[in-house]
Design a binder for this molecule. Structure first.
Ligand code: ADP
Ligand code: MG
Length: 571
């Protein structure tokens, strides 16, 4: 596996920004230059902030500095939680932070570290500023997460604490996802490559078989299949092949996510695993950007399918390890050409879609009675992760978001952006009970429930041993109509095609009736909006609106709407 070692700033005079283009990078750099020049003056402030942050209940003591407790309103704030990592179980989504070391080119430019791991599950980011009187000040932002890893923590340490408990679920038939998120150059690829290297050895080198890989899950029972995709915007390609052909990520008729035309290899050894990962990573699209000379411009998805041969009726386990494309600020993209800017927009849009899905899922967990739309169809990445994002997912799911950040004072704004991106994800971590699967829905039936239905509905004329020898309801519904009818006729040739078809339709009708009922129930729970929403009322109007009845409000809105329309027609 090759890891990106260099960190050079490409300077292309042709692509230098013209004055007036976008944000004002010159102003930003001027301020940064002043901060770097006065680095020594900030050190005392940083030390004080660090000492105070390391004390328990730091926020209750009141800092002299401008300390901002970012997530003090978080209901699950870990105030005074001591210094231990949180256990990675019981919740569906965990947030980790990894602060990489300061890199030699950053040191050479005089940058100093301003983001630190204070306790094992807290990160302190200090924003250096020069106040109006010219005095150096630091604004502190304190974030609590489930795991925080500092510059001294190795990939092995990260793997042991985060990935190992996560993939155990995948091996047992669940869906587990590890996402590395962060600014370009923050260490995402470094982390993912390190984790994949260890994962391959753990899973496939029987001489080093981990103790948690118990007898019933050993390699004679489990078959592992690996695929590698690259996703950029609405396009997904197969990284297993050098030509990177397009693949299709879509839902099948049961809402199950499928990836069409993607190649898969069966994994047999740790070395083979590593070779496959190396090859796939080398096919990844990278471009030189301001932040990283091999910036990854797409999401790379390593998808491992776990087939349990002892239980053919069971859904296959899924392990997704995803190196997300780097998020970029406006100043990072100041030297981009048109195509690179378009790519950046696509990357940021899909990262926003991911955030929207995770956030709404978290909010839905917090307020189970409310309806929250999880827009996983908005991007190919979120569609691929449908099982992990859906609230009603009937599978065991676990997602870990690993936010990678740079410690450098030059990157503090983007570090804060990353921390702000991941902070709301932790909101919905109350132990919400899973919605029990609807027993009337044939997609939730076990083999014995399906057999019972076949026997009673066909009044014994269809033999379940032939129609569904081991399949679950979902598996039998996935059969094509022809296969289904063939099996029915094989079991009872006298039945005739017409009756066999009626039997097939009756199973499908059950599924559709259940889906319709669920949708109706949710829409009922969804807060109803009147067709006439007051559009941006000022304070005065808002007060008036509060005193109006629904009917008055509707009339008022209609009047305003007509006024506005008349105005538009006239102008
Ligand atoms: P990204 O994928 O987020 O754009 P990279 O993983 O390519 O960033 O990392 C950028 C640079 O930082 C690389 O040179 C990499 O070797 C180095 N790096 C990142 N994280 C670490 C770490 N934890 N320890 C040492 N070097 C690191
Ligand atoms: Mg990368």
């Amino acid at each position: 596996m090759t890891s990106t070692e260099s960190y050079a700033m490409p300077v292309d005079p042709k692509s230098q920004p013209k004055s007036g283009d976008g944000p004002n990078p010159v102003g930003v750099h001027k301020k940064l230059a002043e901060i770097v020049q006065r680095a020594g003056e900030f050190q005392d402030q940083i030390q004080i902030a660090l000492t105070q942050a390391q004390k328990p209940k730091v926020r209750d003591q009141g800092l002299e500095l401008d300390l901002e407790a970012e997530n003090s309103s978080n209901p699950l704030d870990l105030k005074g939680s001591g210094g231990d990592h949180r256990a990675l179980d019981g919740r569906d989504i965990d947030v980790c932070i990894r602060v990489r070391p300061l890199l030699p080119p950053e040191m050479a430019r005089g940058f100093f570290p301003t983001t630190f791991v204070t306790r094992n599950c807290s990160v302190l980011s200090l924003e250096p500023r020069v106040d109006v009187r010219g005095a150096p000040r630091v604004k502190a932002h304190d974030y609590d997460v489930d795991f925080a890893f500092g510059p001294d923590h190795s990939n092995q340490h990260v793997y042991d604490h985060v990935t190992r408990p996560l993939i155990e679920r995948g091996l047992k038939g669940g869906v587990c996802t590890l996402l590395a998120y962060g600014q370009t150059g923050s260490g995402k690829t470094f982390t993912i490559e390190g984790i994949l290297r260890k994962l391959g050895r753990d899973l496939l080198q029987s001489s080093r078989a981990p103790p948690w890989l118990t007898a019933e899950m050993n390699e004679s029972v489990l078959k592992l299949h690996m695929a590698f995709y690259e996703i950029l915007g609405h396009r997904a390609t197969d990284l297993m092949q050098e030509t990177r052909p397009d693949i299709t990520i879509m839902e099948d008729k049961f809402g199950q996510m499928i990836v069409k035309e993607a190649s898969e290899v069966q994994l047999i050894s740790g070395d083979q695993f590593e070779a496959v990962v190396d090859r796939a990573m080398s096919h990844r699209r990278t471009k030189t950007t301001f932040k990283n000379d091999t910036s990854s411009r797409s999401h790379a998805v390593c998808a491992i399918r776990v087939e349990n041969t002892a239980m053919p009726a069971a859904e296959h386990g899924r392990i997704f390890v995803i190196d997300l494309a780097g998020s970029e600020s406006a100043s990072d993209s100041q030297f981009h050409d048109r195509s690179l800017i378009k790519e950046t927009q696509m990357i940021n849009a899909s990262l926003m879609a991911l955030k929207e899905c995770i956030r709404n899922r978290a909010l839905s967990a917090l307020n189970p009675d409310k309806f929250y739309h999880i827009p996983y169809r908005n991007s190919k990445l979120t569609l691929l992760l449908k099982d992990a994002l859906e609230v009603e997912s009937h599978r065991q799911c676990k997602t870990v978001v690993m936010a990678c950040v740079s410690p450098s004072c030059g990157d503090v704004a983007m570090t804060l952006n990353t921390l702000r991106y991941v902070a709301p994800i932790r909101v919905g971590q109350s132990n919400r009970e899973k919605i029990p699967p609807n027993p009337k829905n044939p997609a939730n039936w076990s083999n014995s429930e399906l057999r019972h239905w076949v026997e009673t509905t066909s009044k014994g004329s269809v033999n379940p041993d032939i129609l569904c020898p081991f399949e679950s309801g979902r598996q039998i519904l996935r059969l094509s109509e022809i296969d289904f009818l063939t099996r029915v006729l094989e079991s009872n040739p006298k039945m005739g095609e017409k009756r066999a078809k009626v039997f097939y339709v009756s199973l499908w009708k059950k599924l559709i009736d259940c889906r319709t009922a669920i949708r109706k129930q949710k829409l009922k729970a969804k807060p109803q909006r009147s067709g006439f929403e007051p559009y941006d009322l000022g304070e005065e109007l808002a007060k008036q609106a509060a005193e109006q009845t629904d009917e008055q409000m509707k009339q008022e809105n209609e009047r305003r709407f007509n006024e506005l329309r008349t105005f538009h027609i006239r102008s």
